[in-house]
Design a protein. Structure first.
Length: 312
């Protein structure tokens, strides 16, 4: 079984007030130091004290949404006054008829490099935990944002509206946890967030108009993302981007012998981000065995392949 979700966005309304417009001067951020040990293994003399952790980073919501059928997407923006090596957010909202669906990277997390300027990749994962969405962005290759002090999209969080329900004029969001590990204290990665929506000071997002940066969410180039979850059982989701002017797109799953186990997509697709669910089955809908599999995205001008692990 496979499930296909397309995220394309059409502006039906517009307003000049849809930017987050974050006020985030490049001041030092201060946090309680909870490290019991220093990197050299010695006791931390500033444990429990408030210390400077780097230059401020600030987060907020774009005031406006993108709506595609029953899916509603909200954009979180950031000012990063120093390079950021990851992100951890617990996202709460006050409208019970919205169910978390997925998260995708904004420009800040797409355009990352290592400290030498080499292009790298930031992995972004999301999940629903009882009453909030947990989002985690990380890299195993020392990827970091530019840290230029300019405001830009951090991520796009998509929810599904319950059948028969309608959106209120505004929805309130806040972060129960917000961690943005900066790089100025390297080798330590200390939280540098200074400002974000909290339970005491939440963000109210207007849902009656489309956000002005919706067009930026249409991909400029092909991209194949890492499946989630991985390892997985019984199913996993594969996301990929399709730009304007794309030809026929094929997404296939292969075993270690290079045998085609299943073709999940073979079609001319409109531009947007797609999420495909693979239930660990072959083309005859039989369950495949545990093991390593490869999924490949292919078009006339692009080919990419990634590895995933199925554990029965």
């Amino acid at each position: 079984m496979k499930k296909i979700v397309l995220f394309t966005f059409i502006l039906s309304f517009m307003t000049s007030g849809s930017w987050a417009e974050l006020d985030c001067p490049a001041d030092s951020s201060y946090h309680i130091d909870m490290r019991t040990m220093l990197p050299d293994g010695s006791p931390n003399p500033t444990y429990g004290q408030e210390i400077a952790t780097g230059l401020c980073a600030c987060m907020g919501y774009v005031d406006g949404v993108q709506i595609n059928g029953s899916e509603v997407t909200f954009t979180i923006r950031i000012v990063d006054n120093e390079p950021i090596r990851g992100v951890e957010l617990d996202i709460y909202h006050d409208f019970a008829d919205l169910t978390y669906t997925s998260v995708s990277k904004g420009e800040k997390l797409e355009n990352v490099t290592d400290e030498d300027g080499n292009p790298r990749t930031m992995t972004l994962l999301g999940n629903w935990l009882e009453d909030h969405a947990k989002v985690l962005g990380y890299s195993t290759s020392r990827a970091r944002t530019e840290g230029n002090g300019e405001e830009g999209d951090l991520m796009h969080v998509t929810y599904t509206l319950a059948d028969g329900s309608s959106l209120p004029d505004a929805i309130t969001f806040y972060f129960g946890l917000a961690n943005l590990p900066g790089t100025s204290m390297d080798p330590e990665l200390l939280n540098v967030v200074c400002s974000f929506p909290t339970e005491e000071d939440p963000a109210s997002v207007n849902t009656t108009f489309a956000s002005a940066d919706a067009e930026s969410m249409i991909p400029e180039k092909f991209a194949l993302l890492q499946n989630y979850p991985n390892p997985f059982n019984p199913s996993t989701q594969i996301s990929f981007d399709v730009p304007n002017g794309a030809q026929n797109v094929v997404l296939s799953v292969y075993n270690l012998l290079g045998q085609n186990m299943n073709t999940l997509v073979n079609d001319a697709l409109s531009p947007g981000r797609y999420t495909i669910e693979w239930a660990g089955n072959d083309m005859m809908n039989n369950e495949v065995a545990s093991g390593i599999y490869f999924y490949e995205l292919r078009s006339e001008s692009f080919t990419a392949r990634k590895k995933m692990l199925l554990i029965r």
